[in-house]
Design a protein around this ligand. Structure first.
Ligand code: SF4
Length: 367
């Protein structure tokens, strides 16, 4: 299919060092990658791998797993061996799990600044082991885990406090000659998170991982994340993202992909152009749009499909789509790139769109 129109002009990305999270390059002009975290008990290898398969299918590039216990650490070799995408171990308290994660072949390790003091005497050893294995370290700072000393100094988790914490923790590794570092400064408030990342971008050249932490339920959280990411990515800041929602990991991964493709930062997959409805509406447009979205969920080709609630503005309003339907009188007028093909009963709209999509793909590949 012809390339879909891309987002507004190219953004000049902030120059950063590049590191490799397994097979995925991060920073240094590499494509912006999407991450998420599994919500299984990591020690349950089968369930964790199943969830990793789901987020991979949803478009996730890198996955993070929590390692709060020895059983979780023991599961890492099996998970990293079988995961189709790079695995980052997320470790808060136990330096020995960091060594286990490096030995297990994890693509990176995330450590928590609120606990780094407990790691103090181990930082040199961690830096040495990570350097020997080529394992990057992610410094993850968020409001909830900010060092007490910095909370007291700044009064709350201000952008300055988050950045000071991140750079201080980086310095602990840099003192040992280790600089394969990626930084995340997260906050539940998009404005604080934006300010913190702008500040950080001015003060270092490490790749940045963007996230609005604890963003909320799916609808609110996706909007907060999209708003923050659009501002920062539009300024060239950010090398990898995670959307954190109170929703299944597959949904979080999907939201991240949608944000990146909406900004023209990764190829579009399915895009539904559906009308909001108005007084001319002659169909349950919410239900029909959801049915079309579900039917094309794993369609392997990028398509833009219009679902219009009446015939008044159907094909004309949606000339730039590949396929579409405009509804009225219990029927659907099916059109392709602005040209009306046929009219079918409402009950056959979804299957007809699928048939026409397959015909379109066949026709395009025969060219
Ligand atoms: Fe209203 Fe028809 Fe436009 Fe939908 S397509 S918003 S129903 S005029």
């Amino acid at each position: 299919l012809p390339a879909l129109p891309s987002a507004p002009g190219p953004v000049r990305r902030r120059p950063t060092r590049q590191l490799s999270v397994g097979s995925v390059p991060v920073g240094g002009g590499a494509p912006i990658s999407g991450q998420t975290m599994t919500a299984t008990n990591t020690a349950d290898v089968a369930a964790t791998l199943q969830q990793i398969a789901e987020v991979t299918a949803a478009g996730c590039d890198i996955v993070r797993v929590a390692v709060p216990s020895a059983d979780d650490a023991a599961a890492l070799p099996a998970i990293t061996r079988k995961s189709p995408i790079p695995v980052i171990a997320d470790i808060h308290f136990q330096p020995r799990y960091v060594f286990a994660a490096i030995d297990a072949g994890c693509a990176a390790v995330r450590v928590n600044p609120g606990n780094i003091r407990k790691f103090d005497d181990k930082v040199g050893e961690i830096a040495k082991a990570a350097a020997a294995a080529g394992t990057p370290i992610r410094i993850g700072v968020n409001a909830g885990s900010l060092d007490q000393r910095l909370l007291a100094k700044h009064g709350s988790a201000t952008p300055e406090a988050l950045v000071e914490s991140a750079l201080w923790e980086c310095s602990l590794f840099e003192e040992h000659g280790f600089s394969d570092l990626k930084i995340a400064v997260k906050h539940h408030d998009p404005l604080t998170m934006i300010a913190a990342n702008r500040l950080l971008a001015e003060q270092c050249d490490h790749p940045l991982h963007l996230g609005v932490t604890e963003a909320g339920p799916a609808f609110q959280g996706a909007i907060k994340s999209a708003a923050a990411f659009a501002v920062l990515l539009g300024e060239g800041i950010g090398d990898t993202i995670r959307v954190s929602l109170s929703a299944p990991p597959g949904e979080q991964a999907k939201a991240g992909c949608h944000i990146l493709s909406s900004l023209g930062l990764r190829p579009r997959k399915l895009e539904i152009v559906s009308c909001p409805g108005c007084g001319r509406l002659q169909v349950d447009i919410h239900e029909l749009a959801a049915q079309v979205e579900a039917a094309f969920d794993d369609f392997p080709h990028p398509l833009r499909i219009a679902v219009m609630g009446c015939v008044v503005n159907g094909p004309g309003e949606a000339r730039e789509v590949d396929l579409g339907v405009s509804c009225g009188n219990g029927k659907g007028q099916i059109f392709r790139r602005g040209e009306v093909l046929r009219t079918v009963p409402e009950s056959r709209i979804v299957e007809t769109l699928l048939e026409e999509a397959l015909a379109l793909i066949e026709q395009e590949s025969a060219k």
